[in-house]
Design a protein around this ligand. Structure first.
Ligand SMILES: *Cc1c(COP(=O)(O)O)cnc(C)c1O
Length: 505
């Protein structure tokens, strides 16, 4: 099978219809007449297809790709967890889905309540004083957090001097990118032999030019920082702020609160912790939680309580300003609150415990077949190395491709950068023992194949709609347009007519 498929426009034929409606009993007038002679895109014929044709077309497309509703998806660092469908259903209620950002505070009390309750709940879960729900992703949350840190240093007259942000070499790429975006300079701090923060390296890098340290906890190898209290204490001693990249909060909820660990602020990837499908690049949300001293710098507006009424407060002179149109990705925030409320306090900590248990189960089992560069009790994910397979001519990429033949999405590969041939595995809490065993068996078989018949791995996958791409050719001869024989000319003619009509060159 190949990826060559027919578009809807290439299917069906004249007279294929969806529902059969009774004959129209009002006079029919051509659209052009109603629009007083405006030129219409008459050349852009719509497909004429029956309802089963449309439904089958999209169902077929939906199974061409791998997704969490189809199979196991152990993509480390991304937390591809199952998203309870009730969250989608709640977020689709008309009062939520159709809420209008210009409706005014009085007509939006329910929506404001969702944002307010979510903010308060996130503050409680993370141990901070206040939360902004505006940032649209973890990466934007990082940038907003750094903007608040800068505003705080400036307010203390240290804005000029503090220009650096310390980031460990295991960090996610968005950390240095955000640092650069807000105009700070990244200083990379080497990890210690255990892949956690090296206190000597940290001490050496901390001085009065450092604005903040940015840490991921648990770190990108899935390891909890054993010296975390000392790390945040050292940062404060040097006058710097301690920022937590909270993408891995799925391992901490109900077990540890970053605010209690000495951090000053963090972002929360609600799409990695409190459900929300996030394949295909979004949408997500990256609320930022801050300690009391940073509260004045939160983006505007902020929800405030006046008796039993809620209002948007725009009058915040020390704010870093607005960072998103209106109030953030509201539908995603509604899903997060639904997830938190349906699980409750004990349910949320069970989520974290189960995620940790599942990861440790797989790690213990797979360390017999693959290298485990840092043997320690892991949190919600762990990193193996495929370097031992190199002698058979097999790379981590081949392992990832072969897994697709077993109906499993590949783990994250070649990240974090500090592990050679990295394979980063995150099973999440919702997978059953049966599913974990199936995955482990597939990984064990792949390790055996690497020794006995490496060609199978180099040629994989063979059961997917498309096999391995020629990546160099795909980049050189990039074709982004689907051409349908005979349609090119008529579409081009329609485009040119349209351009003339609206007066563009
Ligand atoms: C996912 C992730 C980010 C970025 O978050 P987005 O919501 O994808 O922008 C940052 N840091 C870590 C550790 C992550 O896993």
């Amino acid at each position: 099978m190949s990826l060559e498929r027919r578009l809807l426009i290439e299917q069906g034929g004249p007279g294929h219809r969806g529902p059969a409606l009774p004959a129209c009993d009002v006079p029919v007038r051509p659209l052009a007449e109603l629009l007083r002679g405006a030129r219409l895109r008459t050349a852009l014929e719509f497909p004429q297809v029956s309802e089963p044709e449309v439904v089958r077309h999209f169902i077929e497309l939906s199974v061409l790709n791998h997704h969490i509703d189809r199979g196991f998806y152990p993509l480390g660092s991304c937390t591809m967890k199952h998203n309870p469908k009730i969250n989608d259903e709640l977020a689709s209620l008309p009062g939520i889905a159709l809420a209008h950002p210009l409706a005014g505070d009085d007509a939006s009390q329910g929506a404001l309540r969702i944002i307010h309750d979510l903010s308060r709940t996130l503050a409680e879960i993370t141990g901070f004083a206040a939360v902004t729900t505006q940032p649209a992703a973890g990466a934007q949350g990082e940038a907003v957090g750094l903007m608040m840190i800068r505003a705080w240093h400036r307010a203390r007259g240290e804005g000029e001097r503090r220009r650096k942000v310390l980031v460990p070499d295991s960090a996610h790429g968005t950390n240095p990118a955000s640092v650069h975006l807000v105009g700070y300079e990244t200083v990379t701090v080497a990890s210690g032999s255990e892949a956690t923060v090296d206190l000597h390296a940290l001490r050496a890098a901390l001085d009065d030019s450092v604005a903040a340290i940015m840490l991921t906890v648990p770190n990108t190898l899935g390891l909890f920082e054993p010296e975390i209290l000392e790390v945040t204490r050292l940062a404060h001693e040097a006058g710097a702020q301690a920022y937590l990249d909270g993408a891995n909060l799925n391992a901490l909820v109900g077990l540890a609160r970053p605010g209690d660990l000495g951090f000053d602020l963090m972002h929360i990837n609600v799409h990695k912790t409190f459900s929300t499908p996030h394949g295909g690049g979004g949408p997500g949300a990256g609320p930022v939680a801050v300690a009391a001293h940073l509260e004045p710098f939160l983006p505007v507006p902020v929800v405030t309580e006046h008796g039993d009424r809620l209002r948007w407060d725009h009058d915040r002179p020390r704010s870093v300003g607005r960072v998103h149109s209106f109030y953030g990705n509201f539908g995603i925030l509604a899903r997060a609150l639904a997830y938190i409320l349906t699980h409750g306090e004990s349910g949320l900590s069970r989520v974290s415990r189960t995620a940790i248990l599942n990861a440790n189960y797989l790690m213990r089992r797979l360390m017999a077949s693959y290298d485990l560069p840092h043997e320690a009790h892991c949190m919600h994910e762990f990193v193996l190395s495929g370097r031992g397979l190199r002698k058979h001519g097999v790379k981590t990429l081949d392992v990832a491709k072969r897994l697709l033949d077993f109906g499993v999405h590949a783990p994250t590969v070649y990240f974090p950068l500090i592990v050679e041939e990295a394979l980063m595995i995150e099973p999440t809490e919702t997978e059953t023992l049966d599913r974990l065993d199936h995955f482990a068996a597939a990984m064990e078989r792949i390790a055996r194949e690497a020794r006995e018949s490496p060609k199978i791995l180099q040629d994989a996958p063979t059961t997917t709609p498309n096999s391995r791409l020629d990546e160099a050719r795909a980049a050189r001869e990039l074709k982004l347009r689907w051409s349908v024989p005979g349609r090119e000319a008529s579409v081009a003619a329609a485009r040119s007519a349209e351009r003339q009509t609206i007066g563009r060159p």
